[in-house]
Design a protein around this ligand. Sequence first.
Ligand code: SF4
Length: 264
Amino acid sequence: MGCTKVSPACDGCYAEALMDKRYGKVQWGGERKRTGASTWHDPVRWQRHAEKDGDRPFVFCASLADIFDNQVPPEWRADAFAVMRATPSLVYLLLTKRPQNIVKLSDAAGGLPANAALGTTVEDQKRADINLPALEGARIETNPLFTFGSFEPLLGPVIIPPAFMPDWIITGGETDQGGHKARPTHPDWFRDLRDQAAAAGSAYHHKQNGEWVSVSEVAGPGAHYTFPDGATVRRIGKKLSGRTVDGIEHNAFPTFANMETHHA
Ligand code: SF4
């Protein structure tokens, strides 16, 4: 638990809103804390279920931290990697806003586990230009199951350089977190990423629209925000905004070596 903000996507950090502001368990930007033994044991239980069911569930790792945060004691990461190796049916999604640290910190923890996928957050073009090349470099060095880009919260238009296209593109709008009010996402920013994923043959998953939604997507009242080009979104709340783009849900998952079935 715990982290330090490094990027505009961190402005509305969900983990901070929960573990610092709401529960006071950790101070954001301060010392990292370790979660309890039962949390560390959960994957062992999930592994048993996965073996029984013969599937490969996806596990989002370290939702209250950044797994490649270099202020986390390295022994904790080595312990986490050991848990991953001991639970080979699980597919670990390691999402980071610090992809530059992946190779060094993985090497220090005994190498990236064979059942890990690597992803980075890309909220705007600047982060695309910095984080996607770093992710691709890490892919070459550490051989993950697949790579993914989390374009959530999407805060600007993004053109993905073709050489750095991840295997899986995930998009989403921003949601309110404590005192942080969600920034609107232009519907074309989602559409452009959907189309780039299709053109590249990458899987595309649209998680949710966030608090704002295109006026053409869902009818109803709510405060409007108009972008300079005239496109208008409306603030109707994350429950009502749904998860369609142009009326269609996008739920694709990547394919990878030794995959059987998988669940989100
Ligand atoms: S990297 Fe993730 S966990 Fe860390 S401050 Fe940013 S959003 Fe929060």
